[in-house]
Every structure is written in structure tokens, then in C-alpha cells.
Design a protein around this ligand. Sequence first.
Ligand code: FPP
Length: 245
Amino acid sequence: MAAKPDARVPRHIAIVMDGNGRWAKQRLRPRTFGHHAGQKAVREAVEFCLRRGVASLTLFAFSSENWARPEGEVSALMELFLKAIDREVAELDGNGVRIRFVGDLDAFAPALRQRMLGAMDRTAGNTALNLNVAVNYGGRWDIARAARLAAEAAARGEFPLADLDEQRVQAYTCLADQPPLDLFIRTGGERRVSNFLLWQLAYAELYFTDTLWPDVDQASLDEALEDYARRERRYGRTGEQVATG
Ligand code: FPP
């Protein structure tokens, strides 16, 4: 008999990796130095999820609002993504990680978009961990796109427009084929969601830490999971109902 998944371990974790710029500033270095350092924490998070049997890890790498940052920082981030794909994909593939870039990829330069599509193709058969990298992503964009795709399906006659309900919209959101989001983590001290995964956050547990992203390691992720394990998830029911199953 297959082992029952441990309900205290989240199946799907999403992370807003905040604090790279401040981490660099503390060291009197440019912000891009912090983004480079942040890559090590990305590896820590991937290793952690593989070790703990988490099914999906979704990272907010570049929001649709991040284009407004100084041009030099945006191009440094693009360069960093390109190099990270070239450097990391073989090892991720070897570890059974399925990579998906979620967001509006049309805005990226063709070379970078090709690398993203190549990494997705190469790892499409892997099942150990879904690594979703949100780039040029916004939660409102995801919801609006899903609503449009559902409406288009209705217009094609796939179902009556009157049946366009939550389930239909959900089916067209970016992470529809993955486990529901259990745990949302934001590092760097801010207590906000910043237009990440708005639809998917409906019943997620929220965890905020002051740790700056480049300082995140196995111990800080263990702390987040220990905190999560203490939460009582009621989904609208009473505590007594939850206790008696
Ligand atoms: C937020 O910190 C971080 C980002 C906008 C970039 C995240 C990118 C990485 C961690 C690089 C590696 C990622 C992948 C997937 C290869 P901030 O710059 O807003 O920090 P601040 O709030 O201290 O200014």
C-alpha cells in the first residue's frame, strides 16, 4: 500500500523571494549582487522540497511590475535568468525536477524565451518536483486570462455560458494541474501578497519572515514547515468539526 502523504508537509509551497536588494546594501554592494546571492537560496529551496517530498514549489522571480525597475537591474536579472537556465537545467533534470515558467512569456527577448521553452520541454516528463518559476507574472493577469480562456471555450460551444463557474475558471489558471497551494512564504519582512497567485491563495496558510532571501537555508525552511504543521486548516468549518474529521 502506498504511504499516506503527511498532511503536515505542504504539497505546494509558493515563495516571494524578497530582500535581495537590502542584503546587498548591507554589504555596500549593488542590488544585482543580492540577486546573484539569491540563486543559492533558490537551490536550497529546491533541495529542501525534494528532500521533504513537496510536490510543487512556485517561486516569484519577476513580477509584471518589475519592468519598472532601473533598466540596468532589469537587464542584469534577464542575464541572470539566462545563465541560470544554462547552468542548472541538466542537474534539475537529473534530479527529476519538472520546470515550468509561468507568466506572460511573450514580453521576453526571443533568446531567453527559447531557453525557457527548451527547459520546459526537456523536463516535461519529470515527476519528483514541479518547479514553477513565475516570470512576468501577476495574479490579476492569471485570473483575467483564465476568465478569457473559459469564455472563449464557452463561445466555441464547449459548455453553456451559464455554466461558467469557479471550477471552469480554475481549470484555466496557470497552476490548475498541480496540488492546491498550501503554504505561501514571503521573506524580507514585508507583509503583503504583491499580486502573486491571488486565485490560488484562497485557502493557503501565510508565513512571513524577516530573513532576507539570500540568507534562506534548510534551517529557515524547516522553521516555516514547523509553523505550518501547527496550523489548523478549517476551510470554513469549526475547530470541533475538524477535530472529529
Ligand atoms: C526581490 O528582492 C527579488 C527579485 C525581484 C528577484 C528574484 C530573483 C532571484 C532570487 C534570482 C534567482 C532566481 C531564479 C529563479 C534563477 P528585492 O530586489 O525586491 O529586494 P529588496 O526588497 O531588498 O530591494
